[in-house]
Design a protein around this ligand. Structure first.
Ligand code: WTA
Length: 651
């Protein structure tokens, strides 16, 4: 990335400032701005003090052993994550506090107190032991968002068996590859799950996957659906959950885990076709997840907190299960889709449970925007006091809409940057301290040493852009790629030397030091020698009042190197015609400058997205450049891209 080419103005001229509301500053968990300096001056002392908030079976001997790029945190310490999430709450008054308020898509409700959760976790931990699972054995979990899912994770943590959760929307083949890579002994699943009123046959996918997984000895199945989802039962291999927990002891001794013992593996996409099994360990991870949950979401004892992610992604691991439970927080757990039975499902639930803190993704916010403000307006959202965003850069328009229509102008927004690999939030406002700007994740959290560097690894002065890096280790960092330590070092710790973590994201900083994330560097375009982020152009397009969502790619061009192709979804009622194409091009030119003028604009009813909601630009590039479509297995809806392709080929 050549920073002299950066059209920085587009984002950095954001002038709207949102200081923390007075009430929030007064009551915030972190209200002393000196925390940043204290952490920077002596990071080890800072992390050591933070780690006192956990319950240790044996205290650590050293805070950090750093042999770049290999870090070990809280060396010699012993603890158990399930004890930190359950036992210590159950011992005191929180035993009868709700840990999860669950709602199934068809509408069932189930509340689990910490004591309930504790009991279920102990029993299921014993059930797994009885099925032969021992400390260190891997367990693959392929389940819907039902209470048994967090129970399964915590039970694994209790017996020291690293879990590998595979999102329930993945295919049998993806599941197979992940099971084999982790060499799992046990698979936990359900007969099926509900999605927009349809039944997803999870167990059938497991059966298909297991045709080629000789490592798997047993399968545990939750009966979620019942008669409507009949399953084939292999008597030697498959056992129902409710049978597995029959007649097991109510107490399971928690395994004393070394700080550096693995807690879980979570697969994520890399630049090659093979997903990477990101490995997280025990002490550092639970510290990162719990501390950031407490600070970024300003977690309060009486809160009802809702993270709308799926536990199949890292956001669900850290901010539905581990962080909130370690803090004794009441969380909402929802099985289904936001538009079922209607597009106000989320807001009906916010009102019903009195949700105080809500954490979701920009793609969801833009969908909600597209559906229109009448849906949230139908419900009482007055309990909300804090809103979060994660997963991709949030464009200022979506930020403002979230702020005004959901937060009713009252709630601070925390735009949180992090990755599967970082384990917990790295860059984010602290709601009681940070003045926010729409579209900026603001500043690295205390103790996080983030920087923006150029091609040569030199720090770029304020006002410039480059690559986002993390220059010091942090407790919740990934320790390796499971089974491929070399790939781990090459992917993250080589580009700028073995001391510097390369995040793979582009970033700019404004004159005040605010971080503006620009998306993956693989999505950066080069237009006539000018570098432009796809996100900047998308943000400009979405700024147009008739645009609901846009995806921009750099299409190969003989003259310019790359030309901008924009795929645009218009809001309901707007018409995509030649006049609109012209208008949108002009709009982008007005927002960013002539170099950002899209060469082509395609209208589409929907954009191809992964099941986690990320736009698959690679496929758009294939379409725009007339190539055969690449791998579409991670798409949420493969017909979207097929439709788009035929539409484009017809002209
Ligand atoms: C992107 C999700 C801008 C980024 C927690 C990162 C973001 C990738 C933000 C990680 C944000 C996540 N602003 N970009 N607030 N949060 N990203 O591993 O490109 O699924 O590298 O983790 O998402 O995605 P992952």
């Amino acid at each position: 990335m050549n920073r002299s080419d950066q059209p920085i103005e587009a984002l950095l001229d954001e002038e709207r400032l949102f200081p923390p509301p007075e009430e929030c500053s007064r009551s915030a968990n972190i209200a002393d701005p000196d925390i940043y300096q204290r952490a920077a001056k002596d990071p080890e002392a800072y992390w050591a003090q933070a780690a006192e908030s956990l319950e240790w079976m044996r205290k650590w001997d050293r805070v950090l052993d750093w042999n770049p790029p290999i870090a070990q945190w809280f060396v010699g310490g012993k603890l158990n994550v399930s004890v930190n999430c359950l036992d210590r709450h159950v011992r005191g008054w929180r035993r009868n506090k709700a840990a999860f308020i669950w709602e199934g898509e068809p509408g069932e409700e189930r509340v689990l107190t910490f004591a309930d959760l504790y009991r279920e976790v102990n029993r299921f931990a014993n059930a797994m032991k009885r099925l032969g699972v021992q400390k260190g054995d891997r367990v693959t979990i392929y389940m819907p968002m039902i209470p048994e899912l967090p129970i399964a994770l915590l039970a694994c943590a209790r017996i020291g068996a690293p879990h590998s959760v595979v999102f329930g929307g993945f295919s049998a083949e993806s599941l197979r590859d992940r099971i084999n890579d982790a060499q799992s002994k046990l698979v936990i699943t359900a007969d099926g799950s509900y999605r927009r009123g349809q039944i997803v046959p999870l167990k059938r996918n497991v059966d298909a996957a297991l045709k080629d997984c000789p490592c798997v000895e047993k399968v545990v199945m939750v009966r979620r659906i019942g008669d409507a989802a009949p399953v084939a039962v292999d008597e030697t291999r498959d056992v129902w959950w409710h049978r597995a927990v029959e007649n097991v002891p109510a107490w399971c001794e928690p395994e004393p885990m070394d700080s550096e013992d693995p807690l879980f593996i979570l697969y994520t996409s890399g630049t090659t076709a093979k997903p990477k099994g990101i490995l997280h360990t025990t002490g550092g991870y639970i510290l990162g997840a719990s501390l950031t949950h407490k600070w970024v979401f300003d977690a309060k004892e009486e809160d009802v907190y809702w993270c709308s992610a799926d536990i199949g992604w890292v956001t669900g691991h850290s901010y539905i299960v581990y962080g909130p439970l370690a803090n004794g927080t009441t969380g909402v757990l929802y099985e289904g889709s936001p538009d079922w039975p209607d597009k106000d499902r989320w807001w009906a639930m916010v009102a019903k449970y009195g949700v105080n803190v809500f954490y979701t993704a920009p793609t969801a916010i833009r969908a909600v925007m597209k559906w229109g403000e009448s849906y949230p307006a139908k419900h009482d959202l007055s309990t909300l006091r804090l809103l979060g965003s994660v997963g991709e850069p949030i464009n200022p328009e979506a930020w403002m809409w979230y702020h005004e229509k959901i937060g009713q102008g009252r709630c601070p927004i925390v735009d949180t940057w992090w990755q599967t690999e970082t384990g917990s939030i790295m860059i984010s406002p602290l709601p009681g301290l940070t003045t926010t700007k729409p579209g900026s994740a603001t500043f690295p959290l205390p103790g996080i040493d983030a920087d923006v560097v150029d091609e040569a690894g030199n720090s770029v002065p304020l006002g410039g852009g480059g690559y986002l890096v993390l220059k010091s280790p942090w407790p919740s960092m990934a320790r390796t790629i499971y089974g491929d330590p070399k790939r781990y070092e090459e992917t993250y710790w080589q580009r700028f030397g073995k001391n510097v973590y390369f995040a793979g994201d582009g970033c700019k900083r404004d004159e005040e030091g605010y971080f503006w994330l620009l998306g993956r560097v693989d999505d950066v375009m080069n237009i006539s020698g000018h570098r432009l982020s796809t996100m900047e152009v998308e943000s400009a397009l979405v700024d147009h009042q008739e645009v609901a969502e846009a995806a921009v790619i750099g299409k190969k061009d003989d003259i310019k190197g790359e030309a901008i192709a924009a795929f645009v979804t218009l809001k309901e009622g707007a018409e995509g015609n030649a006049g609109k194409v012209d208008e949108l091009k002009k709009h982008v030119v007005r927002k960013i400058g002539p170099i950002a003028r899209p060469q082509s604009v395609y209208f589409t009813a929907e954009l191809p997205k992964t099941r986690s909601g990320k736009i698959m630009r690679r496929l758009l590039r294939d379409i725009a450049e007339g190539r055969a479509l690449g791998d579409t297995t991670t798409l949420a809806d493969a017909t979207v891209v097929a439709k788009l392709k035929s539409q484009y080929e017809e002209g």
